[in-house]
Design a protein around this ligand. Structure first.
Ligand SMILES: C[S@@+](CC[C@H](N)C(=O)[O-])C[C@H]1O[C@@H](n2cnc3c(N)ncnc32)[C@H](O)[C@@H]1O
Length: 275
């Protein structure tokens, strides 16, 4: 059993966690999950590996990794929020011939894991929520074995657009940026991933950009759902009033239901970087 270093729950991660945020993370995986899994497989994920899923959230990808590393491998899902870990433990489907993941409470800046203890680290949508993303990348570098691989994806919210263009998406992006600025984080961090990993000590990475687009279907509601969860934080930060948010959410929702409007989700750059 690995020991992690517990952190205090993040006050800059302002989305819902546990049961309340699970549907949004599920939608997110429907949008980006195929590229996540392909990049991990292309980066050598396979039987017998020791893998860390850092900021594992509700454990969707962690449980899948367990099926890939099999009984001779092991996967640890680590997150700062206890409610995410509780959800992850309760909702895994144990598949035959794989070991269940361990879920451990850690802070990404200082995980407490021994140096050089993992063959691969997966990290999706953490760095945009951190005030010091480079420090977390250095910590990932520390816990990877020499030759180990980081597979990391992060978002660029500026890239969201609709076709035909609609003002409401522009307003939502501007609000997202204002909230990120207020929190001291960067919801466009994805564009810096390829340089940040090199700065943290990795070799020049492989890069892949994903930008799915939808006219209909569950995933089309993801952006709207993100703003439903961000609303209390936006109002607390006095970036919009309750009335303004209710108008914005109503407009976002009606575009989700309008099958003539194409929604291009946020671009998600991914890197695969070797230590
Ligand atoms: C958008 S969710 C992504 C979850 C998962 N990686 C996925 O893609 O489904 C971001 C996760 O980062 C976690 N988190 C935020 N700050 C953290 C920190 N300092 N250390 C560890 N986890 C953190 C949150 O609790 C949340 O579960």
């Amino acid at each position: 059993m690995l020991e992690g270093a517990k952190g205090t729950a993040s006050n800059v991660y302002v989305f819902e966690t546990g049961d309340c945020g699970a549907a949004r993370l599920e939608m997110q995986d429907q949008i980006y999950g195929a590229s996540t899994r392909q990049m991990m497989l292309d980066s050598g994920l396979g039987a017998g590996m020791r893998v860390l899923d850092l900021a594992c959230g509700t454990g969707i990808v962690t449980h899948w990794i367990a099926t890939q590393v099999g009984p001779t491998g092991m996967v640890v899902g680590a997150d700062i929020n206890r409610s995410q870990l509780e959800f992850a433990r309760a909702h895994g489907t144990q598949s035959e011939g794989s070991r269940p993941p361990e879920f451990i409470e850690v802070n990404a800046y200082d995980t407490g894991f021994p140096s050089e203890s993992f063959d691969m680290v997966h990290c999706r949508l953490l760095l945009c929520h951190l005030q010091r993303p480079l420090d977390a990348l250095r910590e990932i570098h520390r816990v990877l074995k020499p030759g180990g691989v980081l597979v990391c994806q992060d978002i660029v919210i500026s890239s969201v657009f609709s076709c035909p263009p609609t003002k409401v998406y522009q307003q939502a992006i501007a609000l997202g940026h204002a909230l990120a600025k207020h929190l001291g984080v960067n919801y466009d961090f994805g564009v810096q991933l390829h340089t940040a990993v090199v700065e943290a000590g990795f070799g020049v990475p492989e890069v892949c950009f994903t930008q799915p687009a939808q006219l209909r279907g569950v995933g089309k509601d993801w952006w709207h759902q993100c703003f439903v969860e961000l609303t209390p934080g936006i109002i607390r930060a006095e970036l919009a009033t309750e009335d303004e948010m209710s108008t914005l959410l109503g407009e976002l929702e009606s575009l989700v239901l309008d099958e003539r409007v194409l929604l291009a989700q946020a671009r998600m750059p991914a890197v695969s970087a070797v230590k």
